[in-house]
Design a protein around this ligand. Structure first.
Ligand SMILES: [Zn+2]
Length: 293
C-alpha cells in the first residue's frame, strides 16, 4: 500500500478519483487507437468523427463516459445511429485498471509503466478481437516500456537518491525479465509450428494455419520481458484458462470454434503482472511444504 507519510484517508479520497479520471481520458484515446490503427488512419490529424455518418464530434459530446451516458444516450447527435457500447466500456475499463494497478503496486515508476503497459494490452486485445491481428507497433511499445524496468533493476541504490520510494521496486532482476521474454513465447512458437504442420498435413491446405498465431507468441514475449518469468508463466496459464472458458461460451452461443486468443492472453498478462509473483511463490511453497519440519 501507499507509503506511510501518505497514509491518511484524505489522500486516498483525492488520489484514486484523479487516477480514475486520468484513466478514462487515456481510455478515450485508446478507442481512437483501436479504431484507427487497423485502418492505418492518423491518430492525431483528423478530429473525432462519427464512424457512421462522418459528422465531426463536438468537444462536449466527447467527454469520456459522461457524453455517451448522459449527453448522447448512445446515439450520434447528427445521424441518430447508435454509437457502439465499446467506447464507454474501453474508457471505464482503462480507468478501473489504473485504480487497481495503483492500489496493488503503490505509487512508483513501476505502477506508472504498468498502467501504460495495460493500456497497450487493452488496445491489442480489442484489435485482435476485431481483426485477428496484432499491431507490431504496439508490441514494440511494450518492449520500450520494459527498458526502464530492466535498467533500474541493475542501477546501484545511490542513483535513486531523491526518489527513493518512486524508484524502489526492483524485486524482479534483469535476468528474470530476460527469461520472461522467452519462457512462454518459445513454447508458444513451437506449439504453433507443430500444430500448423499437423493441420496442413491433415487438411492438405498449404495456407499458413497455426494453433497459436505469431501475434500470440509476440505478446507473450514482450509481456514476459515486462513482468518477468514467474509472472509470465502465471499469465500464460491464466490466459489459457480464460480462453478455454471463453471458447466454450463462444462455441455454445455461435457454434464457431475459431476465435481470437489475444484478448484472453492480454487479460492473463494483466492478472500475471499484478499477482503472478505472489501466486507463483504460494504455489511453490505449497508444493515444497514439509509438515514434519
Ligand atoms: Zn453520425
Amino acid at each position: 500500500m501507499l507509503h506511510s507519510e501518505f497514509m491518511d484517508v484524505g489522500f486516498y479520497i483525492m488520489f484514486f478519483p484523479i487516477v480514475f479520471l486520468y484513466g478514462i481520458c487515456i481510455g478515450s484515446f485508446l478507442n481512437v487507437v483501436i479504431y484507427r490503427l487497423p485502418q492505418n488512419e492518423s491518430l492525431t490529424k483528423r478530429a473525432s468523427h462519427c464512424p457512421k455518418c462522418g459528422a465531426k464530434i463536438h468537444w462536449y459530446d466527447n467527454i469520456p463516459l459522461v457524453s455517451w451516458i448522459i449527453l448522447l444516450r448512445g446515439k450520434c447527435r447528427s445521424c441518430g445511429q447508435p454509437i457502439s457500447k465499446r467506447y464507454p466500456i474501453v474508457e471505464a475499463l482503462n480507468g478501473i485498471v489504473y485504480v487497481v494497478t495503483f492500489a496493488v503496486l503503490d505509487f512508483n515508476l513501476k505502477s506508472v509503466l504498468y498502467c501504460f503497459f495495460f493500456s497497450v494490452l487493452i488496445c491489442l486485445g480489442f484489435m485482435d478481437w476485431d481483426t485477428m491481428e496484432m499491431d507490431l507497433r504496439l508490441l514494440a511499445a511494450i518492449v520500450i516500456l520494459a527498458i526502464p524496468l530492466l535498467v533500474i533493476g541493475v542501477l546501484p541504490e545511490e542513483t535513486r537518491y531523491g526518489f527513493p520510494e518512486f524508484l524502489d521496486f526492483s524485486d524482479v532482476t534483469i535476468w528474470e525479465h530476460l527469461i520472461g521474454a522467452v519462457c512462454v513465447s518459445v513454447p508458444f512458437f513451437l506449439i504453433g509450428e507443430i500444430s500448423g504442420a499437423i493441420i496442413r498435413k491433415r487438411t492438405g491446405d498449404n495456407e499458413l494455419r497455426r494453433g497459436i498465431e505469431i501475434g500470440d507468441t509476440l505478446i507473450m514475449g514482450a509481456g514476459g520481458l515486462m513482468i518477468g518469468w514467474k509472472a509470465a508463466i502465471i499469465a500464460a496459464f491464466t490466459g489459457i484458462l480464460l480462453a478455454a472458458i471463453g471458447g466454450l461460451i463462444n462455441k455454445f452461443r455461435s457454434g464457431e470454434s475459431k476465435f481470437a486468443f489475444g484478448p484472453f492472453l492480454a487479460a492473463g498478462l494483466f492478472i500475471g503482472a499484478l499477482c503472478g509473483d505472489a501466486i507463483f511463490d504460494w504455489y511453490v511453497a505449497t508444493l515444497t511444504y514439509n509438515p514434519y519440519e
